[in-house]
Design a protein around this ligand. Structure first.
Ligand code: SF4
Length: 322
């Protein structure tokens, strides 16, 4: 039998009334004895909303030497991490990577760049890549290029971009402990601008940055208020050389419970699981659809695509939870 609070709030969601932040905090505060019931509720909401499985993929189009000081990030120029540094990849390489991910079965392909904001010339190259992939594939095309302005958003949409990715990373109340070089409001302004230009929004964060359960719910409530379309959830995999290098890994229990809470707070959105899942969840990765996730990033960075792709596609095929 489900805990009465879970039963009541699941009915509320299925009747079309979203959870309040306070209700989310009540669910997050339930004892771990009730976590499988939360997963069950999250799965029933996923199914009732008709979410379908999907796969997304990214290319690390520009890497490292970032001016920002995000304390989890291997690409920040403030830390020495040994992560790859390269300028924006040549156009033919960006296109080839997209064609490879299309062939591998990805539904969505995202060009991801480090740095606060690209230059106008870099946007021109990204637009050329998008135009080519739009004419040669059925991929949904996404980009994660840092902050946007009106001119960049207009050119990207004209080239065929349909989705913009910009993570909030964590709750507003926790953000100053994670990044001091730009503000939460700048991130929110970019999300609103992309939305104004008709782009679908993919925005989520990283769990395990030292945030509380209440702050996880706060992030979910902010994303609900922004009316985003897709929420990518990452689990921190601490990077040596960053200030968070000694952070404890989330337990598989807490990771799955978090996914379930995001599903209950955000019933209509697609929830996709990205970085850190292998390390944090291990054998429990196959529980992700049961916990309310319906998307999976495949291929990660292209150096590991062979093994990950096969294992991930098999896992998605075998899972009948959604
Ligand atoms: S802005 Fe992006 S690339 Fe730069 S440090 Fe922050 S997370 Fe890393």
């Amino acid at each position: 039998m489900l805990h009465p609070l879970i039963t009541r709030l699941t009915s509320q969601i299925l009747d079309g009334t979203p959870l309040t932040e306070e209700q989310g905090r009540l669910l997050a505060g339930l004892e771990s004895d009730h976590t499988t019931e939360l997963l069950f509720a999250a799965n029933s909401v996923t199914r009732a909303m008709g979410h379908r499985p999907f796969t997304c993929s990214i290319t690390n189009a520009k890497s490292g030497t970032c001016s920002q000081d995000c304390r989890f990030c291997a690409q920040s120029g403030h830390y020495t991490t040994g992560s790859p540094n390269h300028p924006l990849l040549p156009l033919d390489e960006l296109i080839e990577n997209g064609l490879a991910m299309h062939k591998a079965g990805a539904s969505c392909y995202s060009l991801v760049t480090s740095g606060l904001m690209l230059s106008s010339d870099e946007i021109t190259r990204i637009c050329a890549c998008i135009e080519t992939l739009r004419s040669r594939t059925t991929l949904e095309l996404s980009a994660s290029l840092g902050l946007l302005n009106n001119d960049y958003a207009r050119r990207l949409v004209q080239a065929g971009l349909t989705r913009y990715h910009h993570n909030l990373e964590t709750a507003r109340s926790h953000f100053p402990s994670i990044c001091t070089t730009h503000s939460y409001d700048e991130d929110i302004a970019t999300i609103r601008l992309a939305k104004e230009h008709g782009l679908k929004i993919c925005s989520g964060g990283i769990l395990g940055l030292g945030e509380s359960w209440a702050q996880r719910i706060e992030l979910a409530a902010t994303l609900a208020e922004l009316d985003v379309d897709t929420v990518p959830l990452n689990f921190l995999s601490p990077i040596p050389g960053t200030p968070l290098e000694a952070s404890p890994l989330l337990s598989a229990h807490d990771a799955l419970k978090s996914v379930a809470l995001f599903r209950l707070m955000l019933p209509q959105v697609s929830i996709t699981i990205a970085g850190g899942r292998e390390r944090v969840l291990g054998d429990y990765q196959s529980w992700l659809p049961l916990a309310g996730a319906n998307g999976m990033m495949i291929g990660n960075y292209l150096t590991t695509k062979g093994r990950n792709l096969e294992a991930d596609l098999r896992m998605l095929e075998q899972g009948k939870w959604i």
